[in-house]
Write a new protein. Structure first.
Length: 86
């Protein structure tokens, strides 16, 4: 019989750490890819537009699945409104 080391602690599950890592990695890439670009570049460069769109989707999907426990553990990672329209 296996005992769970975490018991009733407030540690986020390991999946949350993976999700947060994906979220941060995608956000950093989006910032890097758009850093020296203008709005006009975005309008005329389909590859840039598709890449940034995909990265924002990755951030949103990862954020949507982060548990409340992880949100409390990592308050500096804004995870949005979890599917509600603002």
């Amino acid at each position: 019989m296996r005992s769970d080391v975490r018991h009733a602690t407030s540690m986020p599950p390991p999946e949350d750490e993976v999700r947060i890592r994906h979220l941060v990695e995608a956000a950093r890439k989006a910032i890097t890819y758009s850093a020296s670009r203008s709005r006009q570049d975005l309008e005329h460069d389909e590859l840039l537009r598709l890449a940034l769109t995909k990265l924002v989707e990755i951030v949103g999907e990862a954020a949507k699945h982060v548990t409340v426990t992880a949100q409390e553990e990592y308050p500096s990672v804004a995870v949005g409104s979890r599917g509600t329209d603002a």
